[in-house]
Design a protein around this ligand. Structure first.
Ligand code: GRF
Length: 209
């Protein structure tokens, strides 16, 4: 299953997908970043995966950036776009073009804690549980139907940094799992609902705790 991976940073999720791409049945055709100087790009280059840098600051609007993104990605003939720490909101036109073909990983139990600084907000609100979610992408931020959610109990000793580490560890198991389901064609996404092996998933997605 040919995929493009979009990043903006360190790329630890990208690395896991690079390492497991053969077992997962995916082929990473291209890695795109909106920032030039990020470690994730080096990870791709080391594996001779084509890379593209498309700086959003060179565009006057989200829409023109989206058009340029589409033009860059089309030649790679990919089946899915995998957002792995891509810190830009995609244009409505881009999302519509790849409707049902874009997935994202987010460090919270969506629909709770959309947006940034999730660990900080979870601690401030003294939540008992936190987690990570893989979901389909729609035009609204962190809003599409969930595929998988991994839950962890917040410990009294947790800080932003311990939570960040623990959440990244669970991300590194749920993102490959979601991609293997997609490559094995076990997932169906329709009317913003997700089926796994013909079973409708709950709003939380498949839950691992
Ligand atoms: C992850 O925590 C992901 O949930 C969020 O961005 C982070 C990316 O981390 N969307 P990395 O670049 O894959 O290390």
């Amino acid at each position: 299953m040919p995929v493009a991976i979009f990043i903006s940073g360190h790329g630890s999720n990208l690395q896991i997908l690079i390492d497991q791409q053969h077992q997962l049945g995916i082929e990473i055709k291209v890695v795109l970043s909106n920032c030039a100087q990020v470690f994730g790009l080096m990870r791709a280059k080391k594996e001779n995966i084509p890379t593209i840098v498309l700086d959003h600051e060179a565009f006057t609007s989200r829409e023109t950036y989206g058009l340029a993104l589409k033009e860059m990605i089309l030649p790679f003939c990919i089946d899915y776009i995998v957002l792995a720490g891509f810190m830009r909101i995609l244009s409505a036109d881009f999302v519509r073009h790849y409707a049902g073909k874009i997935i994202n990983i987010h460090p919270s139990l969506l629909p709770q804690y959309k947006g940034l600084n999730t660990h900080q907000r979870v601690l401030e609100n003294q939540e008992a549980y936190h987690g990570a979610t893989v979901h389909f992408v729609t035009e609204k931020l962190d809003d599409g139907a969930n595929i998988i959610q991994a839950v962890l109990a917040v410990q009294p000793t947790d800080t932003v940094s311990t939570l960040a580490n623990r959440i990244q560890m669970i991300e590194h198991s749920i993102y490959p799992m979601a991609l293997s389901w997609l490559s094995e064609k076990r997932l169906k996404y329709e009317n913003n609902q997700v089926w796994l092996d013909y079973q409708l998933l709950p709003q939380s997605g498949w839950v691992i705790s």
